[in-house]
Design a protein around this ligand. Structure first.
Ligand code: SF4
Ligand code: SF4
Length: 223
């Protein structure tokens, strides 16, 4: 899922100066799951913002709404009714949801209430580990289901780098395992170490986030 974390309230307050009525908009999917932008967080942030603004000498009205999804126009468009009289939105959705709001309601300033951090999996309560960087040319089929792009500090396609610590941790970040060691161990468990001897040529990065905006086009779904 997409992981996000609250921005410091002082940063949001700075953006809201001069506004009179603000909508705090949540999203009930990923950001709700990671406790950053669901209904509970929206209803928690709204009074905090109101109080923080008052402390700054700016009295504002804060209204709230949590959409089922903030990244799909059909879920976002009905929000128009809630925007009457609203002169700014603070979105607690991921960066996609925030931009979806900003594109649909282009006359209203939409400010991010969160920092979107990663595509991750919940490893334990309160801990998420990144699993994907949306590189656009997935190599999980060659790496036994473990992503070296997101999980190797050097994004190596032919690892390990030689720096793996004795306890199996990555040389760059001792808090995480060397993913190439994990890839090797999984290959070994399946009796397929020989597959790792095949040199992986230069990865196709052309569909990664480098080189301008990435777009995904599915002709079969176009109308
Ligand atoms: S190889 Fe690319 S698409 Fe596949 S999991 Fe890793 S970052 Fe994501
Ligand atoms: S120790 Fe392992 S995970 Fe860390 S950079 Fe080297 S190969 Fe990548």
């Amino acid at each position: 899922m997409i992981i996000a974390e609250w921005k410091p309230i002082s940063e949001i307050v700075e953006k809201l100066k001069g506004h009179k009525k603000v909508l705090v908009a949540g999203c009930a999917t990923c950001v709700a799951e990671c406790a950053a932008g669901g209904e509970r967080e929206v209803e928690t942030l709204a009074p905090l913002l109101r109080m923080a603004m008052e402390k700054e000498g700016n009295s504002i009205e804060v209204v709230t709404a949590t959409l089922e999804r903030q990244c799909e126009p059909e879920f976002v468009e009905p929000l128009a009714a809630k925007l009457i009289g609203v002169d700014a939105v603070v979105s607690l959705a991921c960066g996609i949801g925030i931009q979806c709001l900003a594109e649909i309601f282009e006359d209203t300033p939409v400010y991010p209430g969160v920092n979107t951090t990663s595509l991750a999996i919940r490893e334990e309560p309160g801990v998420w580990g990144v699993r994907c960087e949306a590189c656009g040319a997935c190599v999980l089929g060659e790496t036994f289901g473990l992503c070296p792009v997101a999980r190797c500090a050097k994004s190596l396609m032919n690892g390990p780098c030689g720096g793996t610590r004795e306890n199996g941790a990555c040389e760059v970040n001792a808090e995480v395992p060397c993913i190439w060691l994990k890839i090797f161990e999984r290959a070994q468990a399946r009796g397929k170490v020989d597959e790792l001897l095949r040199f992986q040529g230069t990865k196709n990065w052309s569909n990664s986030r480098h080189g301008g905006q990435k777009r995904v086009v599915r002709e079969d779904l176009r109308t």
